[in-house]
Design a protein around this ligand. Structure first.
Ligand SMILES: [Fe+2]
Length: 270
């Protein structure tokens, strides 16, 4: 059961209207690394999560993410500004063309600017009826394909950790490019919250690894082989699987004991 409180998680108060900024912030509304993606990903994963503590963590963070989505939607709405004024209140010869802007001449300028500068902006202002669309900043619609969930808890948690880091990166870019102090305060808050979630997912990953020490991972012959297939250059010999890891430079024969562990390169096809 979900209950909505009529209060934002953190106050959002942009200083000046700016539809271009609104279009940019859409990236975190309906984009691949946005708040709805995070919310739904953790929510979906929670159903089949066997560990009650991790299931609770997923639902806690999922619920916070929809609060982030609410903040982002509020930010976009403030950047968009209020709907067009009532045409009947306008005076002058342009009064009849007041549906998308105050006057005919202003409307032409405004719409041409939108079309020339940003198609998402055009959609949001005109087709979206002045409300934020569930798209990314390029106007591509939100997709369930953004959601990563599989029946492996460790995989899910690591995907969630990566999702938090990606969300943080997008907020850092928005912070860098949007010169509105109010929006920047929100981005700064959300960056810190994504970092908090990342830390929690890291802890959950350690918990799963500690609880499943017997799980078979990386302890069989083929899982201890290093593929030295990108030859030469300054990056050689940087990574080692384990002290007894062996290097493989050719195709597998199917027999771990006779494979080309550091042996000669395989003959090249003629
Ligand atoms: Fe978030």
């Amino acid at each position: 059961m979900y209950i909505h409180q009529k209060q934002l998680l953190f106050p959002v108060q942009v200083r000046n209207q700016n539809p271009s900024y609104a279009a940019a912030v859409l990236e975190q509304f309906g984009g691949a690394n946005g708040e709805l993606k995070a919310c739904l990903q953790y929510f979906v994963q929670s159903f089949a999560t066997p560990d009650p503590a991790i299931k609770d963590l997923l639902l806690d963070i999922s619920t916070e993410e929809i609060s982030h989505l609410e903040m982002v939607g509020e930010c976009i709405t403030q950047f968009m500004g209020p709907p067009d004024p009532d045409p009947s209140l306008m005076g002058g010869q342009d009064v009849e063309m007041a549906s998308e802007a105050m006057t005919l001449s202003q409307a032409e300028n405004s719409i041409n600017q939108m079309i020339n500068s940003n198609s998402t902006l055009q959609k949001s202002v005109i087709l979206g009826g002045h409300g934020p669309l569930l798209t990314d900043s390029s106007g591509s619609p939100f997709s369930g394909n953004f959601i990563n969930s599989v029946g492996d808890l460790l995989s899910n948690l690591q995907s969630n950790l990566a999702a938090e880091l990606r969300a943080r990166k997008v907020y850092e870019e928005l912070h860098r490019h949007i010169a509105d102090p109010g929006a920047r305060e929100m981005f700064d808050f959300l960056i810190q919250r994504e970092e908090a979630h990342a830390s929690l997912f890291e802890e959950a990953i350690e918990r799963v690894q500690d609880m499943q020490p017997e799980a078979s991972f990386g302890d069989k012959e083929y899982s201890k082989m290093y593929p030295d297939l990108s030859k030469g250059g300054p990056g050689a010999d940087q990574f080692k699987l384990s002290p007894d890891a062996r290097v493989i430079s050719g195709p597998f024969s199917g027999d771990p004991d006779s494979d080309t562990f550091g042996g000669p390169n395989p003959p090249m096809p003629q």
